[in-house]
Design a protein. Structure first.
Length: 159
């Protein structure tokens, strides 16, 4: 069975995000083992300096690197990443599955991801050229992963 890992900087607090994420993790359980790892987001003042943001991103990056599973195909979610259709994402997952490579998706916190995380990832993935809250991005990614599994299985959800 395929394994998917999501490394998420920041915790879901709002019940509607928690409920939506839990629903898609439940739906994904038919197709794969999904592990969602929440990593601490560094606290910043209301108007942080660039140096404070840089230091926070460095600490968050260190946490991310400690939790990426060994041998995983790391995918950094970032606005400058590659855009995929749902079908293309499904094909990517199938290809990784055929190669025995388990994807680990990394979602940054409110300040994004440290450049080193993006640079060392096997793939940069963009959900859209628009900016979304990182909590919503988690729900959107889980939904797209579920949709990708449905496409592969020929299910009706995608239609």
């Amino acid at each position: 069975m395929r394994k998917l890992t999501l490394l998420c900087v920041g915790r879901l607090k709002e019940p509607f995000y928690k409920d939506a994420a839990a629903e898609y993790v439940k739906r994904l359980s038919r197709y794969c083992k999904t592990e969602v790892v929440e990593l601490a987001e560094e606290r910043l003042p209301d108007n942080p300096s660039p140096a404070q943001v840089k230091a926070a991103l460095e600490k968050e990056a260190a946490s991310v690197f400690k939790r990426i599973p060994s041998g995983a195909f790391a995918v950094a979610l970032c606005v400058e990443g590659r855009l995929f259709s749902s079908e293309s994402l499904s094909e990517l997952l199938a290809d990784l599955d055929n190669r025995g490579a388990a994807p680990a998706f990394v979602i940054g916190g409110s300040c994004g991801l440290h450049p080193l995380v993006k640079d060392t990832a096997a793939l940069r993935l963009s959900m859209s050229p628009m900016t979304f809250p990182h909590h919503l991005a988690r729900v959107m990614l889980l939904e797209q992963l579920y949709r990708a599994c449905q496409i592969q299985s020929g299910g009706q959800y995608h239609k």
